[in-house]
Design a protein around this ligand. Structure first.
Ligand SMILES: Cc1ncc(C[n+]2csc(CCOP(=O)(O)OP(=O)(O)O)c2C)c(N)n1
Length: 191
């Protein structure tokens, strides 16, 4: 499974969600499918996308939060899984695209290439719903189930280590930040 195909498969469902991604390949791929004001691409701060998603999910229980994480990123912040589990936001779906590599900086292998199991680590941390998928059909089904489950889910998607040719897009960090902030504020006013 290619990550971009997985994101395309669930893209329509993202319209009703608040989406936080890691930097690099994931961010560029999601933008190539189509940027929306409810998407925030967390630049530079590797490992922290799930923590940012946790903060939004706790502060704004009326919104469904989706985090698109990477194996290299979550491996830098494993303690984040224990914090996620401790607060157990029921409106957060944590997707980890596991390509077994640090693709965005040259493709160095991560620990998942030698057997580390992120879904098992999330379960061990106390995340109530965890699963690993490796086909597009499974991903589509598990993602929909996670949205419907109304409970914290870590969904690990094993994907090929391929990405876009470049990671720089014409959406600047600051523009994305202000647009996303306004989106969340306007949503609050609408409620
Ligand atoms: C704290 C920190 N260390 C290193 C980097 C450099 N860096 C940017 S993306 C990346 C790799 C991310 O790997 P992964 O989460 O597996 O996603 P992939 O690139 O494979 O899609 C690295 C090491 C960073 N941004 N922040």
């Amino acid at each position: 499974m290619k990550r971009i195909d997985a994101m395309k498969a669930v893209y329509p469902e993202l319209e009703q969600c608040v989406v936080v991604t890691i930097m690099g390949a994931v961010a560029a791929e999601l933008q190539s499918i189509g940027h929306r004001p409810n998407f925030f691409y967390l630049q530079h701060a590797m490992g922290i996308a799930s923590s940012l998603g946790l903060g939004i999910a706790l502060a704004r229980p009326e919104v469904q939060v989706v985090v698109f994480d990477g194996d290299g990123s979550i491996l830098m912040n494993l303690g984040g899984l224990t914090t996620l589990a401790r607060y157990r936001p029921r409106n957060l779906v944590h997707v980890v695209f596991d390509n077994e590599s640090l693709l965005s900086v040259g493709g160095f292998p991560t620990a998942t290439s030698t057997g580390s199991n992120i879904a098992a680590m999330a379960a061990g941390a106390g995340v109530p719903r965890t699963t690993t998928v490796s086909t597009l059909d499974e991903f589509r089904a598990e993602f929909s189930d996670a949205l419907a489950a109304n409970d914290l889910t870590t969904l690990v998607a094993k994907v090929e280590a391929v990405g876009p040719s470049g990671y720089v897009t014409d959406l600047s960090l600051l523009e994305n930040r202000y647009q996303f902030q306004r989106y969340l504020r306007d949503l609050q006013r609408a409620h």
